[in-house]
Structure formats: C-alpha cells, structure tokens
Design a protein around this ligand. Structure first.
Ligand SMILES: C[S@@+](CC[C@H](N)C(=O)[O-])C[C@H]1O[C@@H](n2cnc3c(N)ncnc32)[C@H](O)[C@@H]1O
Length: 364
C-alpha cells in the first residue's frame, strides 16, 4: 500500500509483498535462553574475552516458548505495571498498549539499549489506534514525549537508536542532545526502492541515529566481509594497495549501510503482517554492537517483533510494546519467520565492557 501524502524527505516506501504462510521452524531454543541474566553475565565474564567472535550468519531462526511461567522474568524486569503482558517468554514480555502507558512504569537507568522505529507520520494505516498523519508540531511533540522517557530509563553507558526519516531525525537528534545524551553516529541505511521526488534529490536512505548516555558501556566492533563481485567472485576494491594488511575477518562496519536487504519475501515477515518489518540484519547489528548477553533491550514500537526475535536468538532480555495487533509478534517469536543472511563478524572489546572506573569518569 503506498504511503499517501509522503513528505518530501520520505525515503520511499517500506517494501511490501503478498502475505503467505511460511513453514514453521523445527529447531528449539537453546539453553542460554533458560538462564537468568546474572548467570548469563557470569558465564561471559569468566572468559578472558567476554564473547567469542560471533559469526552472525551462523544464527538461524529458533523456536521459542511463549510460556505462562512468567513470574521469574517479570521479577527481573525493572517494570511495575498493573497491565498483564500480552506475550511472555523466558527473556522478555510484550505489552499491548500505548508505549506512554508502559515507559513511565520502567525504573530510572534500567535499560541497556533502546531501539525505536516509530511511525513516520506518513499517513500509513497501522490499525484503529494509531493516527499516522498528525500536524508536524504534534508529531514532534509526541516523539519528544517518548524520547524523554527513553532518556530517563536508559542506564548510564546505555545506547539509544532511533530509526526514522532524515527529516524527523534531524529534529529528534537535537532534542536528544538537549536532554543530555551523547551523539555517536548518524547511520545512513540505503533504501533501494524509493521514488524520485520532483524538485528534490532522490531520497535513498533512512536514518538511524545512535546516542549514548555518557560514554558507551558496551561497544563491540563489527566487521563486514570484503566486498566481492557477485558475478565473478573477485574482490571489488584494492583498498589503496593495503589489502594484505587488512584484517582477515573483513572491514570495520561503516556508518553507511548499503547491504540491508528489503523485507519483501513473505518468509522474512509474519504472514499476518504485510509491511513495515525491518530486516533482522539491522537489529542484529544494533544488538551485537551495543549489548552483551543478558542485557536488557527496550523497543517501544513492536510492529512485527523483529527486535524481540533477535533478542531471543541472542540471549538478551527485552521489554516490548505494541498498541495494535500483536499476533504477528507471536508468530515471529514462535519461529516461523526467517532471518536475513548476515555474514558480519563481531569482535569483543573487553576494555569497554563493564568498566566501572570508566563509567565513573564519564561526563553525563
Ligand atoms: C514502523 S512500525 C515498527 C516495525 C518494527 N520495527 C518491525 O520491524 O516490525 C511502528 C509500530 O508502532 C506501533 N505504534 C504506533 N504508535 C504506538 C504507540 N503509541 N505505542 C505503541 N506502539 C505504537 C504501530 O502500530 C506499528 O506497529
């Protein structure tokens, strides 16, 4: 469905495709998902390098329980709320309500990483509870309200990512600086299926702004494979004659991501949701870059649950909110949606992890 009344900076439309039911995944969840956060942290701290290099591509879809045994997990999540979660797993829980009913119930300084992919105010129909066509000042004020809460619940050293149109993220980034967060990156994510706009440059990226509360507690280097020609397999660049000196795992992840596939094929999204799913590759990067196993991630705009599924696969705890239908999220958490292939490799950076002295010396 086209996005009506797209403002000039809209980077095209999110890809869509006809709904089709995918085959359910047969694999079961792995034992780390059953461990408590403290156990997860302990198991990584005992190694010299908290995490071994992880080949992203080696992670496949997992089938995860959505159990009713939730006392354990809700006990360890820093949230006090009367509403019962609509979905619970051993690692997280999802509330079906307005995110502004949930965010105030989360304790201060409690979340390790926040990822937010809000509606873009492009007139998209999400359901009867969302109006995605607000006057500009109203939309900006609404974003500031939930961002203010996000800044409050983010722990010192935590990271905040907001995925939006450049037009909105320019304003929201300024606000985040005003509330005391530290700018890290403007990540441009190439959008391959955008439409040209009369009198403007061809919009071809979405923006992912990355802020932290002081100096990041966790920042792990991600390497992407050396680019090769898809026809002949030969390497495309000569790296200025320094190819031999390059790391065998690949190049440092850049702040321009041209390798994010559109979510078109039905196997990459729940059958009950036809559009607006992000690629799992974006969430894998965000989560691996900014958290360790057992850390807690918040996504206030659940959509099809991409963030929560990646958290489950990578043994991160999570809190989610979705105001509309949550059945696509349930479907994804049950393992019937395929991840995009991802050949990134993540290094561990021990010097930036759990360094109390560093945190103490960090200006807010
Ligand atoms: C752009 S989509 C998120 C897509 C998601 N990142 C994914 O990969 O599937 C935004 C979602 O936020 C939800 N939403 C809008 N307003 C909300 C609110 N106030 N509280 C909670 N969810 C909201 C919409 O229903 C929609 O599903």
């Amino acid at each position: 469905m086209p996005r009506p009344s797209a403002p000039p900076h809209a980077a095209g439309h999110r890809p869509k495709s006809p709904a089709k039911r995918s085959a359910p995944c047969a694999s079961r969840h792995t034992s780390p998902a059953r461990r408590t956060p403290a156990e997860l942290r302990r198991s990584t701290k005992t190694r010299r390098h908290p995490l071994p290099r992880t080949l992203f591509g080696s992670h496949t879809q997992q089938r995860l329980p959505t159990s009713s045994r939730t006392d354990r997990i809700t006990a360890v999540l820093p949230i006090k709320l009367d509403i019962q979660p609509a979905i619970r797993t051993d690692l997280g829980c999802l509330y079906q309500t307005d995110c502004m009913a949930v965010l105030p119930a989360i304790s201060d300084d409690a979340i390790d990483t926040i990822f937010a992919d809000p509606p873009f105010n492009l007139g998209k129909h999400y359901g009867s509870r969302v109006t995605d066509n607000q006057p500009v000042p109203y939309y900006i004020e609404w974003c500031k309200e939930w961002l203010q809460e996000c800044a409050r619940v983010l722990r010192p050293g935590g990271s905040l990512f907001v995925y939006n149109l450049p037009r909105w993220n320019v304003v929201l980034g300024h606000f985040l600086a005003e509330v005391g967060l530290t700018f890290r990156h403007w990540i441009a994510i190439e959008q391959k299926s955008s439409l040209p706009i009369q009198g403007r440059l061809y919009p071809s990226h979405y923006s992912l702004i990355y802020y932290s509360k002081g100096r990041p507690r966790v920042f792990r280097r991600i390497r992407t494979p050396i680019e090769t020609c898809r026809h002949c397999g030969g390497e495309i660049k000569d790296y200025g004659g320094h190819r031999k000196a390059m790391h065998p795992d690949g190049v440092n992840l850049k702040d321009v991501w041209t390798d994010i596939p559109p979510v078109r094929h039905s196997k990459f999204k729940p059958s009950s949701r036809h559009s607006n799913s992000l690629s799992t590759k974006i969430l894998e990067r965000v989560i691996e870059m900014s958290t360790e196993p057992g850390d807690l991630i918040l996504d206030p705009f659940g959509g099809s649950g991409t963030t929560y599924a990646v958290c489950e696969q990578r043994s991160r705890r999570w809190i989610g909110v979705e105001i509309e239908d949550v059945s696509p999220i349930l479907e994804r958490l049950r393992g019937s949606v395929t991840n995009h292939t991802n050949h990134d490799i993540v290094d561990s950076c021990p010097e930036l992890q759990n360094d109390a002295a560093l945190m103490a010396s960090t200006p807010k």
